[in-house]
Design a protein. Structure first.
Length: 291
């Protein structure tokens, strides 16, 4: 007796063949390449975000960058020359990262208060600039939720540069970043310049967020930094293995989400994030049942 009805088998075959037919299209090949490169960043940088417990800081940086994107659109509309939204996002994200880091280290302001204020100001400025700029409602939607199918060759080149930057930074400063992430007080005693490397880590996070905004958008980008790394950290205590597992999980989230977005004709960013969220919830429930 057949396990699946013949009609179901034909449906699965049609879906799989349709998926491979999509690879004939340039926009889908770009999406696959982007997803592969993005998963490397999600895996590596996400590991530090989870281990260092700076998810809230990263979320604040992501939302603050919205102000820079809105400003870039506003200036591009009213001035003769145009501003790249990513450049605006990068400026706001870097200022936010360094500002939050310094305020936290120097005890100028409570960390959660500083994050909340920068978060709200960035979103408020972005919303204001988008409102003052005619005809940019669609752009605002893509910024918030992303659209991997709108990725250009230039975006892929920039993302490739980010991947190389992240890999080189981790290779050169692996021990320092590990020390700062696991035990900052011990690292300080051991002679590590903790303030510098903490700010350096926040800069890496900020740049990673900015370059991945077009992929899943501001609202969803932090989810993909945290969910794969959170699962991976429960599978191992070795940071190298956590990075490896997190990268594999990120790749599964991205490719699985892309396939589902094709099958059901859903927007790519939310579908990828929801697919990852289902896996994360299933893993969490499985651990809860075992305990």
């Amino acid at each position: 007796m057949s396990i699946l009805p013949v009609s179901s088998i034909y449906l699965i075959i049609d879906l799989i063949s349709g998926f491979f037919e999509l690879l004939e299209y340039t926009f889908y090949r770009r999406a696959m390449i982007t997803g592969f490169l993005a998963s490397i960043v999600f895996g590596i940088v996400g590991t530090y975000v989870v281990i260092k417990r700076i998810v809230f800081i990263s979320d604040g940086i992501a939302h603050a960058s919205f102000g820079g994107i809105g400003l870039a659109f506003f200036l591009s509309h009213y001035l003769v020359f145009s501003f790249d939204p990513l450049a605006g996002a990068a400026v706001f994200a870097l200022i936010s990262a360094v500002g939050i880091g310094l305020m936290s280290k120097k005890k100028v302001q409570r960390e959660d208060t500083a994050i909340g204020i920068i978060w709200v100001l960035g979103m408020a400025l972005g919303a204001l600039f988008f409102t003052l700029t005619p005809g940019y409602q669609t752009s605002m939607e893509n910024v918030l939720f992303g659209n991997i199918y709108m990725i250009s060759d230039v975006d892929i080149y920039l993302l490739s540069i980010l991947v190389v930057f992240v890999l080189v930074a981790v290779f050169l400063f692996y021990h320092e970043l590990q020390a700062v992430s696991f035990d900052e007080e011990f690292a300080e005693v051991a002679g590590v310049k903790t303030t510098f490397f903490y700010l350096f880590l926040l800069v890496i996070v900020a740049l990673s967020i900015v370059f991945l905004l077009r992929f899943v958008g501001i609202i969803l980008v932090i989810a993909l930094f945290t969910m794969p790394a959170s699962i991976a950290s429960g599978l191992s205590h070795d940071i190298k293995k956590i990075m490896l597992y997190s990268w594999i999980l990120s790749l599964i989230f991205v490719m699985g989400g892309l396939f589902l977005s094709y099958v059901f004709d859903f927007p790519s960013g939310p579908t990828i994030t929801l697919f990852g969220g289902i896996i994360f919830i299933a893993y969490t429930l499985a651990r809860w049942v075992r305990v």
